[in-house]
Ligand binder design. Sequence first.
Ligand code: AMP
Length: 131
Amino acid sequence: MEYNTFERCDRMDIFCKIINGEIPSYTIYEDEVVKVFLDVNPDVNGHTLIVPKKHILDIYDMDKETLNHIFEITKKIDKLLREKLKAEGLTLVQNNGLLQEVKHFHLHLKPQYSQKQTLKKVEDVYKELTN
Ligand code: AMP
């Protein structure tokens, strides 16, 4: 699936800025449709966000094609989290409305671990995932 330039992020929210390369991110995967980067304020080691490159506000604004792609990429990232971080499961969270802090659709991927984890620096988790 390809988007024309005008369909890409053109709002001023923080995720549009990340997508447009205006601010840095710990990006672990990227294609024409999504950017996948680590949450800077993680709940758990490997807390990841999958964000569509075109500006989609929330679930009500979401199209089936993009959603389908997001779920395909979710499975791919889950494999990476299992392989590199030894995660043993995955929780998906997606806020709409009141609890949605960033007004640009994003799916939270929160890996699960059987052993209690100490929260590492995001930079160190990034290195583990990309080495
Ligand atoms: P939500 O409450 O579902 O809108 O979640 C927004 C998430 O975005 C939070 O978990 C934040 O920690 C995360 N976040 C905010 N700014 C950034 C950023 N610059 N890079 C990565 N994650 C971010």
